[in-house]
Structures are given as structure tokens and as C-alpha cells.
Design a protein around this ligand. Structure first.
Ligand code: COA
Length: 164
């Protein structure tokens, strides 16, 4: 697969959800979970500007940001992706669900697909994630996916790494 070209964005299909490119028409539904450099969008315009930067990061080979779609009805339920490290053959995974889709297993499957793609298509040698020490749902998610805690970072953040 030839990666990092706009018209060749990697789609990953699973049994209940799929990972696909985020389209302009999705942006209005994603404002509450649109972030760039840890700043959250407050308007459609800000979210669209962030999405342009994310698209450029993808074309530069620095990140892959997927929408997670429910296969049954095609609704976007959240996003996940690799946001750092790809230039070194590693990947920092991040993810966020729209709040109405919490607690239904969507992210466990979405992240599993992203991990599989990272290991087998991108050939990443290390996959990690960072979250807050108090972020119970994220810690539970990462542990369910076979990540283990590897470091205490600054500002109450902790780092988890996938055990292969
Ligand atoms: C982190 C986050 C994605 C976790 O969301 P989540 O809803 O707990 O994760 P999932 O979608 O995988 O759902 C798992 C839960 O659904 C339950 N579930 C219900 N139906 C299910 C089904 N059909 N299949 C699997 N699990 C199901 C699971 O038992 C689990 O609940 P539990 O954690 O109480 O045991 C969410 O809290 C979030 O978006 N937070 C803000 C952003 C963030 O912190 N990101 C983390 C950065 S690393």
C-alpha cells in the first residue's frame, strides 16, 4: 500500500467498526472531539482549520488520523490515530470518543484495528500512548489492549507501551 497520499488514505475494516478518512462533511459532528496541539476547537471553522493541519501532517508522513465508523449505520463515533513517532518507525496512539458512544466497546475495536495496522502495515517497532493518571477509562482501555505502564511523565501524565 502506498501511504501518505491524499487519494490513497488507508481504510481499515473490522467486524463492527471501520477506520476511515475524515471528510469535510464529518467536521460539524466532531467539534467536541477536535483537538490540535492539545487545544480543543470551539467552532466548525476552528475544527476545519485543525483538520487541514491534520491532513498536512498526514501528507508529510507524520500522522494518521482516522474516523471510527459504526459499520451498521455509518455514524462516526470517535477518532483515533498515530500522532507522533512515525518518522522513527514508532507510533504514539491517541483516541477520543464522542461522549454519547462511551461504554459500548467502540474504542476497543477501533484501537485494535489501529494497532494491527501499525504493526503489520506500517511495521512499527514500538507503539505507545500517554494519558492522565486520573483517566480511569483510558487506563482501562489501554490495559485491555495489552499496554503496560512504562513511565511517569510530567504534569500527572503516564506513558503506556504495547506489549507485543
Ligand atoms: C478513553 C475512552 C475512549 C474510553 O472509552 P470507553 O467507552 O470506556 O471504551 P470502549 O468504547 O472501548 O468501551 C469499553 C466499555 O464498553 C463496555 N461494552 C459495552 N458493550 C460492549 C460491547 N458490545 N463490546 C465491548 N465492550 C462493550 C465494556 O465492558 C467497557 O466498559 P468498562 O470499561 O466499564 O468495562 C473515552 O473515555 C474517551 O474518549 N475519553 C476522552 C479522551 C481520552 O481520554 N483518550 C485517551 C487517550 S490515550
Amino acid at each position: 500500500m502506498k501511504l501518505f497520499q491524499y487519494d490513497n488514505f488507508p481504510q481499515v475494516t473490522g467486524s463492527r467498526v471501520s477506520l476511515r478518512q475524515i471528510l469535510e462533511t464529518d467536521i460539524k459532528d466532531l467539534i467536541e472531539i477536535s483537538f490540535y496541539d492539545a487545544i480543543r476547537a470551539e467552532t466548525v471553522q476552528q475544527a476545519a482549520e485543525m483538520q487541514s493541519k491534520i491532513n498536512q501532517d498526514y501528507l508529510d508522513g507524520n500522522s494518521i488520523h482516522w474516523g471510527i465508523v459504526d459499520n451498521a449505520n455509518h455514524n462516526i463515533v470517535g477518532t483515533c490515530g498515530y500522532y507522533r513517532g512515525l518518522d522513527k518507525g514508532e507510533g504514539e496512539l491517541g483516541c477520543v470518543l464522542l461522549s454519547q458512544y462511551y461504554g459500548q466497546g467502540y474504542m476497543t475495536e477501533g484501537m485494535s484495528l489501529a494497532i494491527d495496522f501499525g504493526l503489520h502495515t506500517l511495521g512499527l517497532k514500538r507503539i505507545w500512548a500517554a494519558t492522565g493518571q486520573q483517566n480511569g477509562p483510558a487506563i482501562k482501555l489501554l490495559e485491555r489492549l495489552n499496554f503496560v505502564k512504562t513511565a511517569d511523565l510530567n504534569d500527572d501524565e503516564i506513558e503506556y507501551e504495547l506489549q507485543k
